[in-house]
Design a protein. Structure first.
Lengths: 266, 127, 229
């Protein structure tokens, strides 16, 4: 365990540039947009928009972090892989470092967003803050889940890429991996998810998000009228799809570990 | 001292030879402790296994003795040491004589040459 | 201790090793010599579990080799890559956390012997000092197998000398086996027990160095010029 913790510490240190860069960029962009927003009298709105975009784009944060971490490691594969820990621990260390870093970044942009939002009149006074917070919380969870899903997908194709580089150049390997990604992800995944079998597998455990949020939205529904009620109450999700995605992510994760342990060469 | 090993003879034997000469020259005296295997290896830039073997060989002909827990020492046995002295003398002479023969000198010539050489050398040192 | 059984390694159509059988026992320093691209590095990587044979099998201490053999093997790569954000001390400390068998006191001893400053940044280390650091990291582990890929190449004679001296001083020949690939034979000849010559992925000779000298009256260099002719 201490070995793993120390490895995670190393991963955090390795990812430091990847951590700092987006935050610096965020503050610079916020500053610039605040300057221009202020000139036209939309200070709060501009920052809200920028901060929202910066928060939403973090669905790709883990992928971005992995690109940095794994490509740095690619030059030192003998260092990374000459280690008695199994691959899942090696990768988990990177994933934990990535999620930690993402959490910090997310809190920074998210807080900026909420503060800026609060300073504007975008949200009608009738909508209570608890509702906004709940929505934000649900959104964040989904963003993190999706980010992990994408990161593992990326990880898998990075391993494929590493396999290609054993015999091909970097560019050819990248092109081939990307092609494979397009085929598998665009075609196969699309075909699977649109099949009837997929529907029967996943269309269970329906949860109406509108219900979850209803406690907060009841009084606001009363005041705002029926049209918004309609929007929120039909937000139905299926537990089945979550399980399906979770299983897919776990399988891809362990497939990546298997490749790293057995097939990737220094 | 290092790099002076030649390639036609095992290193452990060359190392043993060196130690023998050090004993004759008095650089190593009876009952002197030899460096530990590792120190000797470092000093002469050779494999510790080689030193081990050297010590074993020297022990085999009783020139050194290993005392448990203390190390390897030059023997105090005068007889063995004078045997060594005699042996090395013979070895050196036979090598010299062999080469002289190769060049076509006969025994008499060699004998003469050596005597004359020694006389001159003595004269030189007495001046 | 180390066994290669009919090992073949192909890279696409090129074969790096062809049908190699090799059995090595502990307590020895073994040199692997041969021209560039002859398969020297591949042998070490295969024993370290960092490259996988296309055919045949490899065992270390009766255990079938895969990447996890790293707990019995200390591997020094010929590449000169370390984590540049660490300094010498941090690099040693990081290694100590990753390998249970890492002896920190020994590491300190070797570091001092190699005259490395704990606080030097890796980025600013000279090539020679990086070579010395590699020795510290590799030899501080108390493992049965030590693999060193070209530990001397590209270094000046003084550094080479300190590395050879470090090797003699800090290996534990009662428990370890050391495999060194090299093309600087002169420096290392005196410390080898055995020498293996390979050419085009084939072992073309494997001798005890003392036997080579006493039976053939040859040092390794003479022997190599003969067999590579």
């Amino acid at each position: 365990m201490t070995a793993w913790l120390n490895l995670t510490k190393k991963e955090l240190r390795l990812g430091l540039p990847a951590f700092i860069m987006p935050i610096v960029a965020f503050f610079i962009i916020v500053a610039i947009s605040a300057y221009f927003g202020n000139r036209y009298g939309f200070l709060g709105e501009t920052i809200t928009a920028v901060a929202f975009a910066a928060t939403a784009i973090q669905v790709f944060y883990l992928v971005y972090y992995f690109i940095h971490s794994l490509s740095t490691e690619k030059k030192k594969m003998h260092l990374w892989l000459h280690n008695p820990m199994p691959a899942y621990k090696l990768i988990l260390a990177k994933l934990v470092a990535a999620i930690t870093t993402m959490a910090v970044t997310f809190i920074i942009t998210g807080t900026t967003f909420l503060l800026a939002l609060n300073s504007t009149k975008i949200i009608p006074i009738e909508i209570p803050w608890t509702y906004v917070m709940e929505l934000g919380f649900l959104g964040s969870i989904h963003l993190l889940l999706l980010a992990i899903n994408l990161a593992v997908l990326f990880l898998f194709f990075w391993m494929i890429f590493l396999l290609f580089t054993r015999t091909l150049g970097n560019f050819a390997s990248f092109a081939l991996s990307f092609l494979l990604f397009m085929v598998l992800n665009g075609f196969l995944y699309g075909w699977v998810t649109s099949s009837a079998l997929y529907d029967t597998l996943t269309m269970w455990g329906s949860i109406n998000l509108g219900d979850i949020l209803s406690s907060a939205s009841v009084n606001f529904n009363l005041e705002m009228g029926a049209d918004i009620t309609g929007e929120t109450s039909e937000l139905i999700i299926y537990l089945g799809t979550y399980l399906f995605d979770a299983i897919q992510t776990v399988i891809l994760f362990f497939a990546s570990c298997w490749i790293l342990d057995r097939k990737v060469e220094v | 001292m290092k790099d002076s090993f030649h390639s036609s003879q095992p290193i452990y034997r060359q190392l043993a030879d060196r130690i023998n000469r050090q004993i004759l020259r008095g650089e190593l005296k009876p009952n002197d402790k030899l460096p530990s295997v590792r120190d000797m290896a470092i000093q002469s830039n050779v494999n510790p296994n080689t030193v081990q073997r050297t010590y074993r060989e020297l022990e085999g002909i009783s020139i050194v003795e290993t005392r448990r827990g203390q190390g390897t020492f030059v023997t105090e046995n005068k007889e063995v040491l004078s045997e060594l002295r005699e042996y090395l003398k013979k070895e050196e002479i036979s090598r010299f004589v062999e080469r002289m023969h190769e060049m076509g000198y006969n025994g008499k010539e060699i004998q003469f040459g050596v005597t004359a050489f020694l006389r001159d050398e003595k004269g030189d040192t007495e001046q | 201790m180390i066994k290669l059984n009919r090992v073949t390694k192909m890279y696409m159509r090129n074969r790096a090793l062809y049908d190699v059988d090799l059995e090595l026992t502990k307590g020895k320093i073994i040199g692997i010599v041969g021209p560039n691209g002859s398969g020297k590095s591949t042998i070490l990587k295969i024993i370290a579990g960092l490259t996988h044979p296309s055919k045949g099998n490899v065992t270390v201490n009766e255990v079938k080799v895969d990447r996890l053999i790293a707990n019995q093997v200390s591997y020094l790569s010929e590449l000169d890559e370390y984590y540049g954000f660490y300094n010498v001390g941090q690099t040693i400390d990081f290694f100590a956390t990753q390998f249970q068998d890492f002896n920190k006191e020994k590491a300190e001893e070797i570091r001092k012997f190699m005259k490395l400053d704990r606080d030097s940044k890796l980025k600013h280390l000279s090539k020679g000092n990086r070579g010395r650091l590699k020795i510290v990291l590799t030899l501080s582990r108390e493992v049965p197998v030590i693999l060193m890929d070209e530990p001397l190449s590209g270094l000046d004679p003084m550094v080479r000398d300190s590395i050879v001296k470090g090797l003699i001083s800090f290996i534990d020949l009662e428990n370890q086996i050391i495999l060194i690939t090299t093309h600087e034979i002169k420096e290392i000849e005196m410390i080898l027990d055995e020498v293996i010559a390979i050419k085009d992925g084939d072992i073309i000779g494997h001798h005890n160095v003392d036997d080579l000298r006493s039976e053939k009256n040859m040092g390794i260099v003479e022997w190599m010029t003969e067999i590579y002719r």
